[in-house]
Design a protein around this ligand. Structure first.
Ligand code: NAD
Length: 482
């Protein structure tokens, strides 16, 4: 019997009266569960439960709210391996990547456990004779969280632990393609004894999202997903008077200068481009390489790709797992066809690495060389192990090309030159930069700060920005008479 997922509303596991879709193990194409496509009525019930719980939860002392997170942290650490295995099973990324992702999620819970420090306000005793002024932080209310398939642990953990310790209550709509991990997180959070209704899950797809965006009782929306949906979420939620942060897609450029350590750079780009099957919002999708080392660089990259073992991520020898669905694989294959048609040079065709009989959704590492900025494969996010190489004469040209992209999530510079790093840091229009590091994703205590169409809103997730997003301020100016 296929397991059918239930919603988690007011501390009860509740059936939704709706059809849904199957959840697959992308490594072999087998059905592992079924998720409902819940309705707007299901959303209303969950939001009502969060609204009721809010009246109580917002008054729970901050250190007490934080203590639930300590217990949650202990449970996550205890179940680290189990969570990583589940993640690999529903997402396809290798166990090593999944283990790392679970750790990233745990770090967010650690950050949220510091709520008493994070929630502190500010005071100034003498703004005028005998008058003092103070700023106090309060929760925003009910928060809706909508998350993508590619980080089923880390991205929900960017949102609900911090939102909850700040005194908000939460309704999560996980990706319909990877909802099992969120389900497990709810079970573990329940074990902490957290009051009913503080955290809820409604499974489903766009009806659930729109139900949250339009519901009057939802005060804030945190969204992470692709660019068109991020834009839709930002516009709709704003029109409905909500605070919103919406993180969108990406097309991350790594720049390789001729003074870089070539072997280390190849290692970095291999991980950045092909790690997690290229399905990271911070994946390296374009390498902009100085032309005098480009032949050498592409040859070394190609050789390194020969060493990759493709297969089920639960096998410890595997380096490259499947992409999420057969439909996505087909879309990626179409991009490869289009790249060839638009005259990019296909120096490595990952389609040839896969046997026709393979059941999972696999694609080998794929490299296009001599890509130009009028090509669709440069312009659009492919979200797969497909790397575009562009050849340039110098750093200024590399920066100009990077800045032409509509996206501005992440970028890496590979170099041994300090002045080059300065020029790069000053001129690049991207929010998360790295120097000689594979994937410059900031940790939980810094903002995850994409620019341009990679982000819609004002306050980013995580760090101080996250605290600002999940709290609102009251200013109190006071004078006392004898
Ligand atoms: P997606 O946009 O398809 O889905 C994200 C969420 O939106 C899901 O919960 C989904 O149910 C919902 N959704 C999908 N279509 C919708 C619609 N038409 N109306 C309303 N809701 C809709 O994204 P995905 O494929 O799950 O995830 C991959 C994408 O997420 C990539 O573009 C990746 O770059 C991006 N991403 C960005 C970041 C970041 O930090 N900027 C982090 C992770 C992933």
């Amino acid at each position: 019997m296929t397991r059918i997922l239930k919603n988690y509303i007011n501390g009860e596991w509740t059936d939704s009266d709706s059809d849904g879709e199957d959840i697959y193990n992308p490594a072999d194409g087998s059905v592992i569960a079924h998720t409902p496509h819940s309705t707007k009525e299901d959303v209303e019930k969950a939001v009502q439960s969060a609204r009721d719980a809010y009246q109580y939860w917002r008054k729970v002392p901050v250190p007490k709210r934080a203590r639930y997170m300590y217990t949650f942290h202990e449970l996550l650490v205890k179940h680290h391996e189990e969570l990583a295995k589940l993640l690999t099973k529903e997402n396809g990324k290798t166990y090593k990547d999944a283990y790392g992702e679970v750790l990233r999620g745990i770090e967010n819970v650690e950050f949220a456990s510091g709520a008493p420090e994070l929630m502190k306000g500010e005071t100034l005793p003498d703004i005028a004779n005998g008058i003092e002024s103070g700023m106090y932080r309060y929760p925003v209310g009910v928060v809706g969280g909508i998350t993508p398939f590619n980080f089923p642990m880390m991205v929900p953990c960017w949102m609900f632990p911090l939102a909850i310790v700040c005194g908000n209550t939460f309704v999560l709509k996980p990706s319909e393609r990877t909802p099992l991990l969120a389900q497990r997180l709810a079970e573990l959070l329940e074990e902490t004894g957290i009051p009913k209704g503080v955290f809820n899950i409604v499974h489903g797809a766009k009806d659930v999202v729109n139900g949250l965006l339009e519901n009057k009782e939802v005060n804030a929306i945190s969204f992470v997903g692709s660019q068109p949906v991020a834009e839709h979420v930002y516009q709709t939620a704003s029109q409905h008077g909500k605070r919103v942060q919406a993180l969108g897609g990406a097309k991350n450029h790594s720049i390789v200068l001729h003074d870089a350590n070539l072997n280390k750079t190849v290692e970095g780009v291999m991980n950045g481009a092909f790690g997690s099957a290229g399905q990271r919002c911070m994946a390296t999708s374009v390498c902009v390489v100085q032309e005098d080392i480009a032949d050498d660089f592409v040859a070394k990259l190609n050789e390194a790709c020969d060493q990759l073992t493709i297969g089920d991520g639960l096998d410890p020898n595997v380096d490259l797992g499947p992409v999420i669905r057969g439909s996505h694989l087909q879309k990626v294959r179409n991009y490869i066809d289009l790249g060839e048609k638009q005259n990019a040079v296909l120096v490595r065709d990952g389609r040839k690495d896969i046997e026709e009989s393979a059941n999972g959704f696999y694609l080998g590492a794929t490299i296009f060389d001599h890509v130009t900025t009028d090509m669709t494969i440069w312009e659009e996010e492919i979200f797969a192990p497909v790397l575009c190489v562009i050849r340039v004469k110098d750093l200024s040209e590399a920066i100009a090309i990077t800045n032409e992209s509509d996206f501005g999530n992440g970028s890496v510079l590979y170099t041994s030159s300090g002045p080059a790093v300065q020029e790069y840091r000053e001129d690049i229009e991207v929010g998360m930069l790295g120097v000689n590091v594979n994937v410059p994703a900031p940790m939980a205590f810094f903002p995850f700060s994409g620019w341009k169409q990679s982000f819609y809103g004002d306050l980013h997730t995580n760090g101080r920005d996250g605290v600002e997003f999940y709290t609102r301020k009251k200013m109190l100016t006071s004078r006392w008479f004898d």
